[in-house]
Write a protein that binds this ligand. Structure first.
Ligand code: GUN
Length: 292
C-alpha cells in the first residue's frame, strides 16, 4: 500500500510555481495577482482565505484581500466583481463561499469574467471542461488529478467509481476521469444517494473517489483488493484534544480500507492540501494568459 502524500505533493507544486514566477520576473513580467473577496467573518472562510493569501506569498504572487461586512448588498458585491473584471492588474479572483443568505451566490459567480474565474465555478468554465476546451478547472478535482498523475496511478481503461454528484467535486472529477488524457481515459460510474447496489458498484472500482461528505461511509467490504482510494471527505467532528476543538474525518474508514489498497489518500494530508495548490496553478495560468 502506498500512502499518497498530498501535503508533500502540494509543497513540491508550490515550489515549481515559485520557480516559474521567478522566471517571469527575470523576463521583466510582473507576478500573477490573485484577489480574494471575503464577506463576513465566518471562521471556516477566514481560515481558508488566510491560507490562500499565505499560499500566494509562498508562490511569489501578489494577493489582495477585499473584505465586506455580512450586510453588504448584492449590488455592492456585483459592483466589486465588475471592478475586478475590468482591472488589468488583477489576473484572477475568487469570491469566497458561502455568501450570506440575502445574496444570490449563483448570480455573483455568473457575473465573474470567466477568464478571471480561477475557482472554475462559472458555467462557461464548467461547459468548456465538459467538451475538453481550455478552461479553469475547479480546485478539488484538479488536485485529485495531480495526485493520480504524480503517483503514476494507472487510469486508462480502469473502472473509476465516483461517490457523490456535487457540482464542485463529483461531476467535474467524473468528467476529467473520462477524458481521453492521462490521468483519465477511465470507464466512469457516478453513484449517489439514489443508487441501487451502491456497495457492489464500489467494490468493482479500480479507482474509488469518495466525495459524499459522510464520515467513514466507505468500509472494507466496499473496496476491491488493489484499488486506489481517493478520500475527498472533510467533515469536522468535535475533538476536545484539538486546539481547534474539532478534527477532520474522511469519507473512508481508513484503518480497515488502507490494507486492501494499492494507493490511498489520508485525511488530513491527502486531497485537502492540494486544493489551494490548484488555485495557485490556476492563478499562474491566468497570469501567463490562457489561450481561450
Ligand atoms: N468555499 C469553500 N471552498 C471554496 C472554494 O474552493 N472557492 C470558493 N470561492 N469558496 C469556497
Amino acid at each position: 500500500m502506498t500512502l499518497i502524500d498530498g501535503k508533500a505533493t502540494a509543497a513540491a507544486i508550490k515550489q515549481e510555481i515559485a520557480a516559474e514566477v521567478q522566471q517571469m520576473l527575470a523576463e521583466g513580467k510582473r507576478a500573477p495577482h490573485l484577489a480574494a473577496v471575503l464577506v463576513g467573518h465566518d471562521g471556516g472562510s477566514e481560515t481558508y482565505v488566510a491560507a490562500k493569501v499565505k499560499a500566494c506569498a509562498e508562490c511569489g504572487f501578489t494577493s489582495s484581500l477585499i473584505r465586506f461586512e455580512s450586510d453588504v448588498t448584492e449590488e455592492e458585491l456585483l459592483a466589486k466583481v465588475d471592478e475586478l473584471n475590468k482591472n488589468p492588474e488583477i489576473d484572477g479572483f475568487i469570491v469566497q463561499l458561502p455568501l450570506p443568505k440575502h445574496i444570490d451566490s449563483q448570480k455573483i459567480i455568473e457575473a465573474i469574467d470567466y477568464r478571471k474565474d480561477v475557482d472554475g465555478f462559472h458555467p462557461v468554465n464548467v461547459g468548456r471542461l465538459s467538451i475538453g476546451l481550455p478552461c479553469f478547472v475547479s480546485a478539488t478535482p484538479m488536485g485529485i488529478m495531480d495526485l493520480l498523475e504524480r503517483y503514476n496511478v494507472p487510469t486508462k481503461g480502469k473502472h473509476c467509481v465516483v461517490l457523490g454528484r456535487s457540482n464542485i467535486v463529483g461531476k467535474p472529477v467524473a468528467t476529467l476521469m473520462m477524458q481521453k488524457t492521462y490521468p483519465g481515459n477511465a470507464t466512469v460510474t457516478v453513484c449517489h444517494s439514489a443508487s441501487e447496489n451502491l456497495k457492489e458498484i464500489c467494490a468493482s472500482a479500480d479507482i474509488l473517489i469518495a466525495a459524499i461528505g459522510q464520515p467513514e461511509f466507505v468500509t472494507a467490504d466496499m473496496v476491491k483488493e488493489g484499488a486506489t482510494v481517493i478520500d475527498v471527505g472533510t467533515t469536522r467532528v468535535p475533538d476536545a484534544t484539538k486546539k481547534s476543538g474539532f478534527k477532520l474525518k474522511g469519507d473512508v474508514k481508513f484503518d480497515e480500507v488502507a490494507p486492501k489498497c494499492a494507493f490511498i489518500t489520508p485525511v488530513p494530508g491527502g486531497v485537502g492540501p492540494m486544493t489551494i495548490c490548484s488555485l495557485m496553478k490556476n492563478t499562474l495560468k491566468a497570469g501567463k494568459g490562457v489561450n481561450w
